[in-house]
Design a protein around this ligand. Structure first.
Ligand code: TYM
Length: 327
């Protein structure tokens, strides 16, 4: 059966980009494939963080998976640091990837740009991400567009490892959604919507109230020419709204663009469609977050199952590389 792996960092509130870029695919994949979904807390250590926040957000992120429609009986949900094989395989991958290829990662360049002190872990981050995926023999990795380059690196490293040390890893493929693979910030449509955006008005959080959603969409930055047309280069704000409307309603972007001749009605309908799509997410979040002990138990079971798979892959990789097994 096709194996799926994906992860989200617990570094902030989950937002519409995570939902459309990743979670919606996760929820669809769970009915067809064998899915492993992970809160990648070790990745959260690569930038500045507060330990108490990290702990709280790790649990909140797991609740977010369930709220977004991932069913606990359908897939394996776990926390990365509960399965020590991730950190261990990451070292073997760091010794397979090259400094040059890690230096080319645009996410590293963006996140380190202009900073005086950059953690070594931010640089080696893609090796840990490759380890996450390769440990589970994942065929398919549902992610947003911003993770494509990391997936390419994972594939390159897996192929290189197999070539040098013998067939060990499954070479995975990225599954990037056709629409809304890169949801843009509503206030700065040249940048992607993200947890760390400067203006909270630009980001729709999964737990925003209907009023907050409506207000953010109403205030979304567009342009002054007034023509409804999909043109991401010249009309990034409006094009983002058209793409969101298409992604949320399941229509094509052309259909949506043809249905409006003014921005106001498009914004009003988009706000309504988003409220309708995110309403159930908020409700499920409330239900699941009322019982943290249940979530903890679920993550515990998930870690056990994940470790069962991960330990076998790690043993295979160590053996292939010539590390002497314990007697
Ligand atoms: P992270 O935590 O930044 O984001 C989680 C998922 O949400 C997607 N996403 C978006 N999609 C569309 N538009 C946006 N504006 C947007 N913002 C975020 C991301 O593409 C991602 O799918 N490195 C990863 C986490 C990770 C991982 C993995 C993912 C670690 N190990 C192994 C897959 C497999 C990251 O930082 O995602």
């Amino acid at each position: 059966m096709t194996r799926v792996f994906s992860g989200v960092q617990p570094s902030g509130a989950l937002h519409l980009g995570n939902y459309l870029g990743a979670f919606r695919q996760w929820a669809a994949d769970q009915w067809e494939f064998d899915c492993f979904y992970c809160v990648v807390d070790l990745h959260g250590l690569t930038v500045e963080f507060d330990p108490a926040d990290l702990r709280r957000r790790t649990l909140e992120t797991a609740v977010g998976f369930l709220a977004a429609g991932v069913e606990p009986e359908q897939c394996t949900l776990f926390v990365q640091s509960h399965v020590h094989e991730h950190a261990e395989l990451a070292w073997l991958i760091e010794c397979t990837a090259s400094f040059g290829e890690l230096s080319r990662m645009t996410q590293f360049k963006e996140k380190s740009h202009g900073r005086e002190s950059v953690k070594a872990g931010l640089f080696t981050y893609p090796a840990l991400m490759a380890a996450d995926i390769l440990l589970y023999d994942a065929d398919r990795v549902p992610v947003g567009d911003d993770q494509r380059q990391h997936l390419e690196l994972t594939r390159d490293v897996a192929l290189r490892f197999n070539h040098r040390y013998g067939e060990t890893f499954v070479v995975p493929e990225a599954a990037v959604p056709r629409q809304a693979a890169r949801v843009m910030d509503l206030q700065h449509p040249g940048s992607k919507m993200s947890k760390s955006a400067e203006s909270p008005q630009g980001t729709i959080d999964l737990l925003d109230t209907p009023e907050q959603i409506a207000q953010k969409v109403r205030r979304a930055v567009t342009d002054t020419d007034g023509e409804v047309r999909y043109d991401p280069e010249h009309k990034p704000g409006l094009s983002n709204l058209l793409e969101l409307m298409a992604a949320v309603t399941g229509r094509s972007i052309d259909d949506v663009a043809a249905a409006y001749d003014r921005y106001g009605p498009l914004k009003a309908d988009l706000a309504e469609a988003l409220v309708e799509a995110l309403g159930p997410v908020r409700e499920r979040y409330e239900t699941y977050s009322s019982d943290p002990a249940e979530i903890t138990a679920l993550l515990d079971q998930g870690a056990e199952k994940a470790a069962g798979v991960a330990s076998k892959t790690l043993a295979r990789a160590k053996d292939a590389m010539g590390l002497l097994p314990r007697g």
